[in-house]
Design a protein around this ligand. Structure first.
Ligand SMILES: *Cc1c(COP(=O)(O)O)cnc(C)c1O
Length: 368
């Protein structure tokens, strides 16, 4: 008897998520100590100092279980968002909110519609419950093709994911297109709007997804503390939805899924508007810098509403940059073989990347 025969079919066929390469790993491999990581859309400025202070204050209490209801954070965030505290569900990263959605709504054979390329966790959580991913290709501009997604929805569809701004392209959809799309969805499908990069979006007509919660109860908006708030290592994200829908996700959730440290840091981070503003300004400047400098090198860069850019740098650039001690994200897994995804770093990190790309073009790169 082989263990493989005992495993659920849909788990046996899963391909695990491939995270960005850790800096420690690259440094071990190259025997260097000064690598930079522009691969996982982390905040280059680090966590909010207020969050760090809150962590220090909470650390002596870790012998106690966390507050399973996240009362303090729930209270603070519901005020900030103008929703009831019963409309919020917290997870071990927004990734766990995806898991809770899949566990709550999907049975084997159920279809889930989303764009592709988009967030790599969608097919994993859907397949993990035996669901069927229906991946709708992005349009020619590598942005969501919402009309095509609407056409892909049928009576077998349980969930639709819209990732806005989209990872890994950085493209976003505007309010008119978004509202028309939501209008057209049957009430029988759960709409999940993944706004992991919401706080970075700059287009003036960015959709107000929260405005749909009252009109369309089967809607959940997802956000995270991993990106602009700089708390990726703590693992905390959340969903905002109608109280009934959120109540079902709460049933599926483990009682202590958010750690005491994560709750303390997230609550403090919400109050650190200065850190958020500084991050947004650093990012906007980095997006403009990379757009300009890469264009000057003849590298096409997609317009981005997030904290990363997708760049058509040619096949092999990922490996060549690794040899320069720079970790970006390869896009082969998405069928975008000649692209890389670059997280906006500190100004000096962005400059180091541009210099390395220039050297590679001049044929001087790829030493080591
Ligand atoms: C990073 C990311 C998430 C989730 O991040 P967590 O660290 O699990 O909160 C969700 N969706 C998208 C599109 C992301 O890029």
């Amino acid at each position: 008897m082989a263990i493989a025969d005992l495993v659920n079919d849909h788990i046996r066929e899963l391909r695990p998520y491939e995270p960005g390469k850790p800096m420690e790993e690259l440094e071990r491999e190259l025997g260097i100590s000064s690598s930079i990581k522009l691969a996982s859309n982390e905040n280059p400025l680090g966590p909010s100092p207020k969050a760090v202070a809150a962590l220090r204050g909470a650390v002596g209490e870790v012998h106690r279980y966390p507050d399973g209801a996240c009362f303090a954070l729930r209270d603070r965030l519901s005020q900030q968002l103008g929703v009831s505290s019963r409309q919020l569900v917290f997870g071990c990263g927004a990734d766990e909110i995806l898991e809770l959605l899949a566990k709550t709504f999907l049975s084997p054979g159920d279809e889930v519609v989303f764009a592709w390329p988009s967030f790599a966790m969608y097919p994993i959580v859907v397949r993990g419950m035996g669901g069927r991913p229906v991946q709708v290709p992005l349009g020619a501009d590598l942005a969501h093709d919402l009309p095509a997604m609407a056409r892909a929805v049928n009576e077998r569809s349980k969930i639709v994911f819209v990732c806005n701004p989209n990872n890994p392209t950085g493209t976003s959809v505007g309010a008119d297109d978004f509202d028309r799309f939501v209008e057209s969805l049957p009430g029988s499908v759960i709409l999940v709007v993944d706004e992991a990069y919401f706080e970075f979006a700059r287009r003036p007509d960015f959709p107000d997804a929260l405005a749909w919660l009252e009109r369309r109860p089967g809607t959940l908006v997802m956000r995270t503390f991993s990106k602009i708030y700089g708390l990726a290592g703590l693992r905390i994200g959340y969903g905002i939805g109608d109280a009934e829908l959120v109540g079902y996700l709460e049933r599926a959730r483990h009682p202590f899924n958010v750690s005491r440290l994560a709750e303390a840091a997230a609550t403090a981070a919400l109050d650190d508007t200065e850190h958020v503003e500084r991050t947004r300004a650093c990012n906007a400047q980095g997006i403009e810098y990379l757009g300009r400098e890469l264009a000057a090198l003849g590298i096409e860069v997609l317009p981005s509403d997030a904290n990363f850019v997708l760049a058509r740098s040619g096949a092999g650039t990922y490996e060549a940059l690794l040899r320069e001690g720079i970790i970006v994200r390869p896009m082969q897994g998405f069928g975008l073989d000649d692209y890389i995804r670059i997280t906006v770093g500190l100004p000096e990190e962005n400059e180091r990347l541009v210099k390395a790309l220039r050297r590679l073009q001049e044929g001087g790169g790829g030493g080591a």
